[in-house]
Design a protein around this ligand. Structure first.
Ligand code: PAF
Length: 287
């Protein structure tokens, strides 16, 4: 049986340290892949590390719970944190560098710049979480300055985030390829999320309504339904039948767009956000 690779992982807390390490690798002719994370790593994050390791000579990951992307009443304080476990997982998956800055390293006193990505960041998650995408775009831009990788890896689960990051990277001429990797799900369909740890057993069972309703939409489209109003109604009816899930939005988005379509006439991403108890979950499905 193949042994798990245990490459030596360098843990760096200062921006100048990770930047020098990555630049030295690049100057030696190596390619570098970068996986930005907020820690509480699960197989979804680790699949991004695997993709980076498959495509690049060296892999860097960051672990930073970015305060500026949380609203004042969101879960920044209770967001799960377990640095030692995360570092063990990164080591096992062959990551070369973990960048684990303190907030003051990323946001020194006087910090005041923010990146507004415009219409891509405005609806859906942007409307539900004011300021969220400015926080994401700003920190991802900063991380990409400190970790000047060839490729950066993001999960499809945060679908609108991938559009925001791509837009920001293109608009600001960042010399990095943005790669988006598939959602990783538990066997019963629940999309992996660091926030799943907040769910009780009963809430977790109810949370399956999200992926079930997305699969239902897909089967209806495959059976010929093209009217988004009908599809949304059927999804909402399924979710209501499960109970305990408060839907915030269901959006039918033509690929790479954030303006909803009313009729399915090509590939779409169906995105959903809902609260299950006190936990806000998102998921999406490509049809
Ligand atoms: O997706 C995340 O975990 C975060 O939004 C990111 C990209 C690491 C920025 O803080």
């Amino acid at each position: 049986m193949a042994e798990i690779t245990a490459r030596s992982l360098q843990v760096l807390t200062r921006g100048e340290q990770i930047r020098s390490a990555v630049l030295a690798a690049r100057n030696a002719g190596e390619t570098v892949g970068f996986v930005p994370t907020m820690g509480a790593l699960h197989e979804g994050h680790l699949s991004l590390v695997d993709a980076a390791a498959a495509e690049c000579d060296r892999v860097a990951a960051s672990i930073f719970v970015n305060p500026t992307q949380f609203g004042p009443h969101e879960d920044f304080a209770k967001y799960p944190r377990d640095l030692q476990r995360d570092l063990t997982l990164l080591r096992q998956r062959g990551c070369d560098w973990a960048f684990t800055p303190e907030p003051a390293e990323m946001y020194p006193p006087g910090f005041s710049t923010s990146i507004d990505v415009g219409p891509t960041a405005a609806p859906w998650e942007g409307a539900a979480r004011p300021g969220h995408f400015a926080g994401v775009a700003t920190v991802v831009h900063k991380l990409l300055q400190l970790v000047p990788a060839h490729c950066a890896y993001f999960g499809q689960k945060d679908y609108q985030q991938t559009l925001v990051v791509r837009r920001m990277a293109a608009d600001l001429n960042l010399p990095v390829e943005i790669r988006v990797c598939p959602i990783v799900r538990d066997a019963d369909g629940l999309a992996l999320s660091s926030r799943n740890v907040y769910l009780s057993a009963d809430e977790r069972r109810r949370a399956l309504a999200l992926s079930q309703s997305l699969k239902l939409a897909e089967s209806l489209v495959r059976a010929g339904e093209t009217d988004v109003a009908v599809l949304r109604k059927r999804m909402l009816a399924h979710i209501a039948s499960v109970g305990g899930v408060a839907v915030e939005y269901i959006a039918f988005l033509p690929e790479d767009a954030v303006v909803e379509t009313t009729r399915i006439d090509g590939p779409v991403v169906v995105a959903i956000a809902a609260r299950v108890g006190g936990t806000r979950l998102i998921d999406n499905w490509r049809i």
